[in-house]
Design a protein around this ligand. Sequence first.
Ligand SMILES: [Zn+2]
Length: 399
Amino acid sequence: MTALADAAPAWSDLAGQQAAVEQLSRAAAADNPTHAWLFTGPPGSGRSNAARAFAQALQCEVEDPARRGCGHCAACLTVAAGTHADVKIMATENVTYKIDEIRELISVAQDRPSSGRWRIFIIEDADRMTERATNVLLKAIEEPPPRTVWMLCAPSPADVLVTIRSRCRPVGLRIPSVQSVADLLVERDGLDPALALFAARASQSHVGMARRLARDEGARQRRESVVHLPLRIQATSDAVALAKELVEVTQQEAKASAEVRNAEEKAGLMRALGLEENEKVPAKLRHHVKRLEDSQSARNKRSVHDTLDRAMIDLTGVFRDVLALQLETGADLINEHLRDELASYARSATADRTVARIDAVATARHRLAGNVPPLLALEAMTTSFLPDRILDRRPAERS
Ligand SMILES: [Zn+2]
């Protein structure tokens, strides 16, 4: 069993993050947390999950401080569902936060908590704040209203201004090992070990994605169609058709994954409100449901973008595997189940071209984040996936 098996349930998503879990659960138990925290770690390390878990532990209603983050009380369930009145989670749909969004947060921060012990603000992409917005936030962090806790999340400490960083207590997360993610899926979710290992590897240790892959055959099939894409491109016309297919598959996956998650959150909220799953919600509790639906619909808008981004990570993984085979590094493959196909692909291409394809995926990812229409960004990318023998005939593009 992992050490996390002993921790309160709120922390159970944080596979391989023992140090952070100990630091945060100790702070939650001490009841006197620092008022500003900076969660950093590479994408998929779970920095926003860690912030949410910490928020659950701070608001949790159980008596025993060591068990805070019980995962079952109304506070824990509503924080998890994103509907707790005193936990505001900011995730921008835009490339940067607008200064007004930050100002609004700060004005709310002046109020006392309405029901919880703390008023908590989680800013999911603190690296996406403009300098002006950061300076507004800085004032609030310098002169914190009582019982307010700020939690900022960013890829690395260098991504936020030093003035902010120096006032926050750091929480560093790392990418968990494939094995620790697989163990988590087996121990907690009761999944088959072989399937858990496949999912942990294929998701590149992203816990949420791994669980989804291990549990949902449709999600596995959609991922397969993404990772097979480079192997299927044989002619220029394929590049266009497959870019279109990629957009469609991603939209289907985004919809399916949102439906599952929304239903789980709704069920959690109904339990938190003491209601049966299909019971009519009494008028005085309806605002909880409304708040959940609002946050879900904001997230649904982001979800197509996030899922497309995930597909980009999957494609990068395919070419990393190809490169590992070409350079004979002997590394484990992310797509171990496709080893034979990828080996034959690796023989048909040069390592230089593989590196160029990884770059093309990164460029497409960057352009998608900048709101370039998906098809446009993806066609340029899939064109670079054309077989070497076709690209060799295009002198202009030879590097
Ligand atoms: Zn609780």
